[in-house]
Design a protein around this ligand. Structure first.
Ligand SMILES: [Fe+2]
Ligand SMILES: [Fe+2]
Length: 180
């Protein structure tokens, strides 16, 4: 592990961290897209995949601004969030509606990780007078915030759909119980 002795080193580290995280989330979203069944959920993931591709490019512009070569630094948190999402998708394979809820929940956690990362990066870049970087991070942050809000409202709808199916199933069970 490299030592972080200056704010500049910390900024470069945090940039490498989110650059790695965005790559991991890009790949993970493609997996989530193929596992999702709800049309709106799929549409939302698709939209954010396209945004994430642009976000990666923006970060590369950030490296150019700093006169550095883009370099991924392993983001353990992103790796963990991705793994948790993959495990959830695997565990919920028997019920597509529940799986859609799992996917929305995993995606929301990712967005919130990104939001706090970009807020931290913006604070550092502002203090260090890196205005071009501030603009880049703000552009990515705006997309993460908007995506988080969209996912959270759709997560509620997905939970309601999953609950509705369970209610119906319970009714059918109760009815067949009456017949017996
Ligand atoms: Fe992102
Ligand atoms: Fe995101």
């Amino acid at each position: 592990m490299s030592k972080l002795t200056t704010l500049e080193e910390k900024l470069h580290h945090d940039l490498g961290d989110i650059y790695d995280a965005e790559h991991r989330f890009l790949a993970a979203q493609k997996e989530l897209l193929s596992a999702a069944t709800d049309r709106d959920l799929k549409k939302m993931i698709k939209t954010h995949i396209a945004q994430t591709e642009v976000q990666v490019e923006r970060l590369e512009q950030g490296y150019e601004t700093l006169g550095l070569k883009a370099k991924r630094i392993k983001c353990a948190a992103a790796a963990g969030l991705v793994k948790e999402g993959q495990d959830g998708v695997e565990d919920s394979e028997e019920n597509a509606k529940v799986r859609d809820c799992v996917i929305a929940g995993a995606a929301a956690k990712v967005e919130h990780y990104e939001i706090s990362s970009y807020r931290g990066l913006i604070a550092s870049a502002e203090v260090m007078g890196q205005s071009e970087l501030v603009e880049i991070f703000r552009a990515n942050l705006a997309e993460e915030e908007q995506t988080a809000a969209t996912i959270e409202s759709s997560a509620t709808a997905l939970i309601q759909k999953a609950a509705g199916k369970r209610k119906q199933a319970a009714k059918v069970e109760a009815r067949s119980g009456d017949d017996a």
